[in-house]
Design a protein around this ligand. Structure first.
Ligand code: HPA
Length: 273
């Protein structure tokens, strides 16, 4: 495992001089951010040794090297979901490669179902915390000491500084944002009304099928995390409506400009005192 991570990061360093501070994982229908990247290299996953290949509709599989707001970044266009059948070490493999490439900040976006009654479809939610409801933990197994400790602290997984920075960027651009707890669950089914109700009782504001594994692995490795979600449907048991992947994509694409503006502002502000 460690040798595969090293082989992949060495390949990217040697062939693309890939060594950056900030990596971005672009989620469902959030490809709009790509238009903001001054692209220097676009590397198909198939070309990268040991990299899994994305299968789900709407997710291209490319690693993009470039600049946003003049800052060097690395973006994953297409991520690996647990529901696709990848195991946890495959889902989180790119994050470990990022660590070996020198990444210190990880920005993740996703789509989710809202459970907080104050939310509406199309809202943007800055993730302040999560509940890990995946059936398997990404750090299960022998600890990889080069990345971090056996029993990682989880008191501030979503860097408060970046949450505040994103809030300030949103206020400046007059974008309304919500804040909340993201429940990560395996999918691929959306939730039943009873399940949305349960996740709400447990303390969740939104539920989705990604992000938590990658963020746990990043946090374990000392990478600062920022995550943001588009509320693509509402899971209030009494008023629930049918939801489809197509509807999720449609709402996510419509909300793209808001998310793009916030992430661009966050990238620009990272590292600033
Ligand atoms: N549940 C789980 N994942 C999702 C949802 C949802 O309602 N919406 C978008 N991704």
């Amino acid at each position: 495992m460690l040798s595969a991570i090293k082989e992949t990061s060495d390949y990217l360093k040697n062939n693309y001089q890939l060594e950056v501070d900030t990596a971005i994982i672009l989620g469902t229908g959030l490809g709009g951010l790509v238009k903001e990247i001054e692209i220097e290299a676009s590397i198909p996953y198939e070309e990268i040794p040991n990299f899994p290949v994305s299968t789900v509709e709407g997710h291209a599989g490319r690693l993009i090297k470039g600049k946003i707001a003049g800052k060097p970044i690395l973006a994953m266009q297409g991520r690996f979901h647990y529901y696709e059948g990848y195991n946890m070490s495959e889902v989180t493999f790119p994050v470990r490669v990022f660590k070996f490439l020198g990444v210190k900040n990880l920005i993740v976006s996703n789509a989710s179902g809202g459970m907080n009654p104050d939310f509406v479809v199309g809202d943007v939610m800055i993730i302040t915390d999560h509940i890990n409801h995946f059936p398997e933990h990404p750090l299960r197994g022998k600890n990889m000491d080069v990345f971090g400790p056996r029993f990682p602290d989880m008191s501030e997984v979503y860097c408060k500084k970046y949450v505040d920075l994103a809030g300030a960027v949103a206020a400046e651009k007059k974008i309304d944002v919500k804040y909340g707890v993201y429940v990560g669950t395996q999918g691929p089914t959306f939730e039943t009304p009873a399940e949305y109700g349960m996740f709400r009782i447990l303390g969740g504001d939104a539920v989705g099928m990604s992000t938590v594994p990658e963020v746990i692995v990043a946090h374990h490795a000392g990478i600062k995390c920022f995550a943001i979600s588009i509320i693509t449907d509402m899971g209030i048991p009494e008023t629930i409506e049918e939801v489809s992947h197509e509807e999720v994509q449609k709402v996510a694409i419509a909300a793209e400009p808001k998310l793009t503006a916030i992430v661009k502002g966050v990238v620009a502000g990272i590292g600033r005192k």
